[in-house]
Ligand binder design. Structure first.
Ligand SMILES: [Cu+2]
Length: 545
């Protein structure tokens, strides 16, 4: 009977998801719109099938006591595809379907602003995330590099006012909001493609940092043998990525900093930085802010944005899988929050976070195994020392130069003593976090910074990368003050293994500018940095947690 209860539970949850948005007059009353129910795994499918069969047999038995004896229950209709796959695993038909859906959504960009078709356009969905214009972000954003093809947007209709510019960045709802957003985007995409089996593919850049061929060629040959424009391509990306001659750097795509987290808030903010923000900046034409991907208000106009976020959602799922009950968010205010979206039927909906928390509630899962990264720490990566350009004592605010900056890490004696006194077995639990605080600039530098810890012997170990994507996000106030809010001027990196490998005494912090793609050098990246950038931070320290 346990399994039967779980079926009832899933149905109840699913039916409660799309509710009418109070206060809307334009939308028809939202009918109870049954969501696609689908098991999250083969094991769950088996459980459900068993429960279904049991329920049928009980009906049969009840009938037998009365008048009829049924035969075997009819098989349920075959489930629609519930699997999100890697973009590189799609077959020709699936890829054609994805292209058809995105092409249709782009075609709807030119539908009249208040029309049903415009609600299903790529522009509308990009604007739902954020946009350049009144009510979201300054018009000056249009002058950043890589913004060709965009124009000032403004909210006009009730549904636009309710849904546009509602993305969550730098808050505890980063993962939860984007999961909900992708769920509804996928409904619209399926409809645009006319394919009920279409699911969003994910871009697994940690496995291969190249932009997948499906997204980077300006044209493709369609099933009729004609060469046509590729709707998955935009020119507004770093040129070498679109050319396929460079890949995203491993510092940018690494999940090693996020996956060891064991609770929601630290994981949410760690993965938002790397790989999420770092991939955004490295994909944009000139880091952050630049279009489309390197600037929050323009990011959703690049079709690869949705595959990037599907990958972040997949990594979230990988991380949850270790112990979902303990790892799902449990902050009551967070779970009770509602966000506004447009569903596949064009209705304004305002679901509650708690009802759209898990992939089981939402009826999809990631391809078997999911290609999850191992949740173990990789051995420290040693890097050949380049000649440091600058060395600064950590006595006051540090200004990053247009080159490599080296800063001696003056550990407080008490901290060092404690760190070295921890016996080996315990030291796995007690982490040494490198915190860079009070990070600011006069002009965005146009690069990311790889962060290394360097030992007294000159060896360096990479601990992470600094990106400035969140600085480009429009500010929302409703989540401010909630526990777990990220401080946008602070970055922390797990330096435990680096310090253990190098020795805590005499360690330095080394910041190396990077364009975020393979094949570049710090010198080349530094050429991009504006002389007026004046990137600086107030303090670097080790915090043991
Ligand atoms: Cu994003």
């Amino acid at each position: 009977m346990k399994a039967l209860h779980s079926i009832a539970f899933f149905c109840a949850v699913a039916l409660s998801v799309p509710t009418a948005y109070a206060g809307t007059t334009a939308a028809a009353p939202a009918a109870a719109r049954p969501l696609l129910l689908a098991p999250a795994s083969d094991a769950q499918r088996d459980t459900w099938m068993w429960a279904f069969a049991t329920a049928q047999l009980q009906t049969v038995a009840a009938d037998a006591l009365g008048t009829t004896v049924g035969g075997l229950p009819p098989p349920p209709p075959p489930p629609l595809n519930t699997t999100r796959q890697s973009i590189t695993a799609l077959n020709a038909g699936q890829l054609a379907s994805l292209r058809r859906g995105i092409a249709q959504m782009i075609a709807w960009n030119s539908a009249p602003q208040g029309s049903a078709d415009f609600k299903r356009s790529l522009r509308y969905w990009a604007n739902m995330h954020a946009y350049i214009g009144t009510g979201c972000s300054p018009a000056s954003g249009l002058s950043y590099p890589g913004m060709s093809g965009l124009s000032l947007q403004s909210k006009a209709t009730p549904d636009q006012i309710a849904t546009w510019c509602t993305c969550q960045h730098g808050t505890i709802q980063f993962l939860t909001w984007h999961r909900m957003y992708l769920f509804y985007f996928e409904q619209v995409l399926r409809q645009a493609a006319g394919d009920p089996n279409l699911r969003l593919p994910f871009w697994d850049y940690e496995t291969d940092g190249h932009i997948p061929p499906a997204y980077r060629s300006p044209t493709y040959v369609n099933s009729g043998g004609t060469t046509v424009a590729n709707p998955l391509y935009v020119a507004n990306r770093q040129a070498q990525l679109n050319a396929g001659t460079a890949a995203l750097a491993s510092s940018v795509t690494s999940t090693a900093g996020a996956m060891p987290s064991t609770t929601y808030n630290p994981f949410n903010s760690a993965i938002e930085q790397t790989p999420h923000g770092a991939v955004h900046c490295a994909t944009g034409v000139q880091s952050c802010p630049s279009g489309y991907m390197g600037y929050v208000p323009s990011a959703g106009n690049d079709p690869i944005f949705y595959s990037h976020h599907a990958n972040i959602d997949r990594l979230y799922e990988c991380w949850l899988r270790v112990n979902q009950a303990a790892r799902l968010p449990n902050n009551p205010a967070q779970l009770a929050a509602h966000f506004n979206f447009i569903d596949g039927g064009g209705n304004l909906v305002s679901p509650m976070v708690a009802n759209m928390l898990t992939t089981a509630q939402l009826g999809y899962h990631y391809a078997s195994g999911g290609g999850c990264p191992l949740v173990i720490r990789i051995p420290p990566i040693y890097v050949q020392l380049e000649r440091p350009f600058h060395v600064y004592p950590l006595s006051g605010p540090i200004v990053l130069q247009r080159g490599i900056t080296t800063v001696p890490l003056r550990l407080a004696p008490a901290a060092r003593k404690q760190m070295l006194a921890v016996p080996a077995p315990r030291s796995r639990a007690l982490r040494s976090m490198l915190v860079i605080d009070g990070l600011s600039y006069d002009e965005p530098p146009g690069v990311l910074y790889e962060v290394y810890v360097q030992g007294s012997g000159g060896k360096r170990v990479l601990v992470g990368v600094i990106n400035f994507f969140n600085d480009t996000a429009p500010r929302h106030d409703e989540m401010q003050g909630m526990a777990g809010m990220a401080d946008t001027a602070s970055r922390s990196f797990d330096a435990t293994d680096a310090l253990a490998a190098l020795g805590a005494s005499g360690a330095s912090l080394v910041l190396v500018p990077t364009t975020g793609i393979t094949g570049g050098t710090a010198l080349k990246a530094a050429e991009r940095i504006s002389p007026r950038a004046n990137v600086r931070f107030k303090e670097a320290r080790i915090e043991q947690r």
